[in-house]
Design a protein around this ligand. Sequence first.
Ligand code: SF4
Length: 426
Amino acid sequence: MRPMPDPARAPRVAFVTLGCKVNQAESDTIAAALPDACVVRDAAEADVVVVNTCTVTGEADHKARKAVRHALGLPNAPTVIVTGCMAALDAGGTAALGDRVIAEPDKKRVLDRVVEIAGRADTGRAGRRSRTRVQLKVEDGCDAFCSYCIIPYARGVPRAVPLAEIVATSEELAAAGVAEVVLAGINIGRYSDGGARLPEVIEAVAATGIPRVRISSIEPGDVDTRFLEVAARTPAFCRHLHIPLQSGSDAVLARMERPYDTGRFADTVAAACNALPGVAISTDVIVGFPGETDAEHRETLSFVEHTGFSRLHVFRYSARAGTPAAAMADQVPPQVRAARSAELRALGERLMLQTAGAARGRTAELLVERVAPARPDGVRRVEGTTREYLRAVVVHATAAPGALVRVRLGEADATGMVSSVVESLG
Ligand code: SF4
């Protein structure tokens, strides 16, 4: 029998979110619709745990199942609502994970499920939002069918959130004092609502007065003249682009069915740097794609190094059943994938430290995200992120999460955290 929440107190709901920024945006939206007192960080205190899953690779699937099993094993025996791509692709298999599992493929219904189970969650909905950074989903789905990716099968073709809805939400966020909005989607370059494409979304969101607007990720082909023109003339637009490379070998890119080669990618980066001086560009790379030779891996290392990315997210290829790549011959042995991943991660760390080092002496706007852990000197410090997505820490007696502080950047520590001083505007 399903344990019922204690009627004497508000039911507590925790969120475990895996995968991409779209999942994060969707979890945030559901949490924001619940009363403050209902949402807890620690799943061990929750009556209901919502696991928002990802299924982009075999490994992601494995992690999602593990998260569900972990939630089921908690001593408070919560009900576990599983949503996201795994529930969408395999609702039956997901529900079979346990008798306290509810598979809900439709994220729009998750809130109703929570309310049904928790009984009283509709009392005092508070519209709880972080004032710091909010992920705003503007698009869902993808029809690019890269050969390793299950997402087009799991999420279907691109669908745009209507521009009017995006503007209405952004106005609410601006009025609530939110400092930064991240426009998120599976493939936001595919945004299309009437005549509005991604550049129009950026302009419209910035026009609501939100101080900082950024995009979660953009495919190289969508970094076109119009996009760069709008980004350059929109002061709120943060000069950081995450452009997934996936491989620095043309042969591997072709097998991945990515619609560009390294020459085109390099031209895109050059155009972005030209239009947006000071822009930081981060990327994703998949190592150990089927058939990847040692020479192809070296091509990736060299391309990544020469492009000078600010940050690198390295993913070890893991076969996702149902994708063309999973059926390809020449799967790369796990130990080779692990070694290549370690090599690229080390390069990524080096590039991150180089980027932080090169920023030394510059002024930047820091969005304060949290009070830094106490140090022996007892001085209050806050941590946050610059517009270029550098992490920085500064001594500040009062700044609270959500504040924007002008700082001068100093030296970075081994983790890339930049020490900075408050810049007087006087
Ligand atoms: S662009 Fe490719 S990798 Fe990205 S979601 Fe679409 S199919 Fe997957």
